[in-house]
Ligand binder design. Structure first.
Ligand SMILES: Cc1cc2nc3c(=O)[nH]c(=O)nc-3n(C[C@H](O)[C@H](O)[C@H](O)COP(=O)(O)O)c2cc1C
Length: 222
């Protein structure tokens, strides 16, 4: 992306009270986000998805190259093809590939090879990472820190969808090369994750897990 000079930041300063209140409110909002694994088939507003992707696109990223592509899948046949291919990989994962330690860690989540939400949920946002960019003339250009950049954009996307009132599942079939084939993506893109997006099913439950307290995740060097 070309840098066209510099412009004012337009920083809006808040009072300390406002800062504290905003930080609390943000924490209270994101604290309510939970990974959902059972969705309703209710349609969701188009604009919510578009705004959430725009929000994801604001993420900081290496040299502002923006090495991401968000593929929104709503077509029923394509969703079914993704489910079929994903379950074929999942059967191998749960039956052969996963270590016992990994399977033990997954137990509390209650997951298995079956992924009906891939067909039922109105929207799958498949996130692709661009290993390099291809310009209009077919020339290749480097991307910088693409994994970190796409991770930050995906985190923003998840919280944007959550704060809009939708549920998400961060889904990572392994391997996930089939997504590139089914969605006919170009050679410079690799699938990064699937964000299953929709209203949670009625009365859905989530694993009763806890987040670590501040003293276990932060170190203050004053
Ligand atoms: C990189 C990544 C991959 C994940 N892959 C899967 C997955 O393939 N299937 C699944 O059911 N959950 C998956 N999850 C969701 C996690 O299990 C979930 O975030 C974690 O258990 C914490 O629960 P919470 O999101 O409700 O706080 C994934 C999460 C991340 C960040």
């Amino acid at each position: 992306m070309k840098n066209d000079g510099f412009k004012p930041l337009n920083f809006v300063e808040k009072s300390e009270e406002e800062m504290i209140a905003s930080s609390r409110k943000f924490y209270e909002t994101v604290k309510k986000r939970r990974t959902v694994r059972d969705f309703s088939d209710r349609p969701i507003p188009d604009e919510v998805i578009k705004n959430a992707i725009l929000a994801a696109g604001t993420a900081p990223n290496g040299a502002n190259v923006q090495p991401w592509k968000f593929v929104v899948v709503r077509n029923q046949q394509v969703k079914s093809a993704i489910r079929k291919a994903a379950e074929a990989e999942e059967k191998k994962f749960y039956g052969e590939r996963a270590s016992q330690e990994w399977l033990d860690d997954l137990k509390s989540l209650g997951t298995n090879f079956s992924k009906p939400f891939l067909e039922k949920t109105p929207c799958l946002i498949v996130v692709f990472l661009e290993s390099y960019k291809i310009d209009k003339n077919g020339e290749k250009h480097k991307t910088y820190y693409p994994s970190e950049s796409v991770g930050l954009a995906t985190g923003t996307l998840i919280n944007a969808l959550h704060s809009s009132g939708l549920g998400t599942l961060t889904y990572t079939p392994s391997p996930m090369g089939f997504l590139k084939k089914i969605l006919k993506r170009p050679e410079n893109e690799r699938p990064y994750m699937v964000l299953v997006t929709g209203y949670p099913a009625e009365n859905v439950t989530v694993p009763n897990i806890e987040k670590l307290p501040l003293e276990e995740i932060a170190v203050f060097v004053d």
